[in-house]
Design a protein around this ligand. Structure first.
Ligand code: GDG
Length: 481
């Protein structure tokens, strides 16, 4: 067994929850990256002298990166070489696994050198986790970039409780089969005691694959390993800091900014909004086309209706993402060129990222929120919109292929491959009676406000703690305000 460290809870994720920034005095520092996962996990890490292991972005070497403390969290930055960024991160993670796990919306590429790099990076992260974790500690591994870590870590440290959570969909057998390293990935995940997914369908896909491909005995959500260990696969739908978003949305600053945004748009009757990482899974192209056709058909008028699309830059070194960016640029240019008028574009397109306050103001300013991914693990944007609509107004158009659709039943649900269906839903949502809008939003708000990200993290860790009682300490629950 490797020597043990002092952390009772270790998070292993591809990225650290902080970004490297240049401070006003020119020195390098860290800024907490805004995100639901950090908000949820930070209080638990504090209550457990926890440690977060992850890549800080960039290609600094190991010697240049020292572990440090940030607001009660111990952060351990892991270096990646330029080759590893290209092969492990941009390659295997984002050009093999990402498209494969999202219904093959784009064609996954299979390259042996990418796989080798993915394995090597996973091994280094597992070794580091083994060094940091105290005897009997809990290690929670996050997401598709780290699927081999559970097994690698268990070999080094059989005393640990290991959990894994996949933030993206887990594909059906027919698609997963394509992966040349399918068995290694399944075995990697089986190193965990608890494998969490967004939806129960994904957990079932996983158990079925383990039975078919690895040959282990399974019963419902349990896998029985030959060494006597049991692995549980279950759904833990992730959420957001719901109260935090609502509070932000209620602030005077955000309220004023929302009014200002509508003024700057020319005070149209209806503001439609899309907010996504610029990713081909999100269905941005089809959604903008549907909106443009409604104008061409005479159903909506430019000036009275406007579509604001925020597309946050993402994975810009990956070829598919560059192609997508060009496609969207061209489409927006064509739509505005054909349909816009002076001072009234049909689409207001922003390829940029914004502070959380601006996101909340956009959610407040929008009458119709349009979330139309072809496939999405959950989609937090839909939940953030709901959390910000404390007046119970605002309409949500939501793809049935987003994980969030299982909880947000009262949204106008659409099939993003069906352009006509999407057009009707956009019109229905924007013309709906206020009473209908309120009834739907009230029900969705109840769901989102009651099931926040803290509840998500607590329920995962409680379940992990209840498994394999024979070994390991339990994680202390966080003290939340
Ligand atoms: C993956 C899964 C799953 C976006 N632009 C800005 C900004 N954002 C924030 C949003 C939201 C988050 O990023 C995006 O989360 P999503 O869930 O919508 O999508 P992915 O990035 O694909 O996330 C997804 C999620 O993991 C969690 O498990 O739901 O299915 O694909 O919070 O608000 N935030 C700020 N500025 C921006 O410009 N501040």
């Amino acid at each position: 067994m490797a020597s043990s460290g002092s952390a009772d809870l270790v998070i292993v994720a591809n990225r650290l929850p902080v970004d490297r920034v240049t401070l006003p005095d020119g020195t390098q520092g860290w800024r907490q990256s805004p995100g639901g996962l950090v908000t949820a996990i930070e209080p638990i890490l504090r209550a457990n002298q926890g440690t977060w292991i992850g890549w800080p972005g960039g290609t600094e070497t190991e010697d240049e990166l020292e572990p440090f403390e940030d607001e009660g969290m111990n952060l351990v930055p892991m270096a990646m070489t330029a080759d590893e960024v290209e092969d492990h991160y941009e390659g295997f993670s984002n050009a093999t696994l990402w498209p494969l796990y999202h219904d093959v919306v784009a064609k996954p590429e299979f390259h042996r050198e990418w796989w080798n790099s993915y394995s090597a990076v996973n091994r280094r992260f597992a070794e580091r986790a083994a060094e940091e974790a105290a005897e009997g500690a809990t290690v929670w591994v996050q997401d598709y970039q780290m699927q081999l870590v559970p097994q690698m870590l268990r070999e080094l440290r059989p005393d640990l409780r290991i959990g894994f959570f996949l933030h993206i969909p887990f594909p059906p057998t027919e698609l997963f089969q394509q992966l040349p390293w399918r068995r290694q990935i399944l075995e990697g995940l089986l190193g965990a005691d608890l494998v969490g997914f967004q939806l129960s369908g994904a957990a079932q896909n996983f158990v079925r694959l383990v039975r078919q491909r690895v040959g282990h005995k399974t019963h419902r959500d349990l896998v029985y390993l030959p060494d006597g260990r049991t692995v549980k696969a279950a759904a833990f739908p992730i959420s957001i800091d719901s109260a935090g978003f609502e509070e932000l949305a209620r602030s005077e600053q955000v309220e004023e900014r929302a009014v200002e945004i509508r003024e700057q748009l020319g005070n149209p009757q209806k503001v439609f909004l899309g907010v996504d990482r610029l990713d081909y899974t999100k269905g941005i192209y089809a959604r903008l086309r549907a909106f443009a056709e409604l104008i061409e058909d005479g159903e909506l008028d430019v000036g009275e209706a406007v579509f604001v699309q925020v597309a946050t830059p993402s994975r810009e070194q990956v070829e598919q993402y560059r192609i997508l960016r060009d496609d969207i640029d061209r489409l927006v240019g064509r739509i505005n060129g054909d349909l816009g008028r002076i001072g009234s574009p049909a689409i207001s397109y922003l390829h940029a990222s914004f502070p959380r306050e601006e996101m909340a103001a956009l959610y407040r300013a929008a009458d119709v929120m349009v979330v139309t991914p072809f496939r999405d693990g959950m989609n937090l944007v839909a939940k953030e919109y709901v959390a910000c609509r404390f007046d119970n107004d605002g309409a949500l158009v939501l793809s049935e292929f987003a994980g969030a659709a299982e909880e947000l039943r009262q949204a106008w649900q659409i099939n993003p491959y069906d352009i006509n269906g999407m057009k009707s839903a956009l019109l229905d949502a924007c013309r709906a009676e206020p009473r209908d809008v309120t009834r739907r939003m009230k029900a969705m708000r109840k769901q989102v406000m009651e099931h926040d990200v803290a509840a998500w993290a607590d329920s995962f860790l409680a379940e992990l703690g209840s498994l394999g009682k024979a070994h390991g300490k339990s994680v202390r629950p966080a003290k939340r305000g």
